[in-house]
Design a protein around this ligand. Structure first.
Ligand SMILES: [Zn+2]
Length: 113
């Protein structure tokens, strides 16, 4: 389970931003999590609760997750399509020269104080 590692990474980043801005307590952190990222959102929020409550600055801080739909682009016909439904094969031209446009992100979107 690598969610805990990600949580520590988020905490480090959030603390750094908070300290730079003279913030004493953070009430929520908003994350963008791509649909095909390897992160399982409910593991992430479980780990978050456990780890964040150990930090004075993050006690009770909520982790909100925005799920970003995955899209794949096809070089064969130039169209985009939903990755989860069709995988690596383009539903428009059946080509396989495709690449992930978005949906793999694990990013801090917003820090709410
Ligand atoms: Zn295509």
């Amino acid at each position: 389970m690598h969610e805990l590692g990600i949580v520590f990474y988020i905490i480090r980043d959030v603390k750094k931003v908070a300290e730079e801005n003279g913030v004493e307590h953070v009430s929520a952190v908003v994350m963008d999590i791509g649909e095909v990222s390897t992160v399982v959102p409910h593991y992430l929020t479980d780990c978050w609760r456990w780890a964040a409550d150990k930090e004075e600055m993050l006690k009770g801080c909520e982790l909100r997750i925005n799920t970003i739909p995955a899209m794949t682009h096809c070089d064969g016909c130039g169209k985009d399509y939903p990755t989860v439904k069709y995988g690596k094969k383009c539903p428009h031209c059946s080509g396989d020269r495709t690449w992930l446009l978005k949906g793999n992100e694990v990013e801090i979107k917003e820090i709410i104080v």
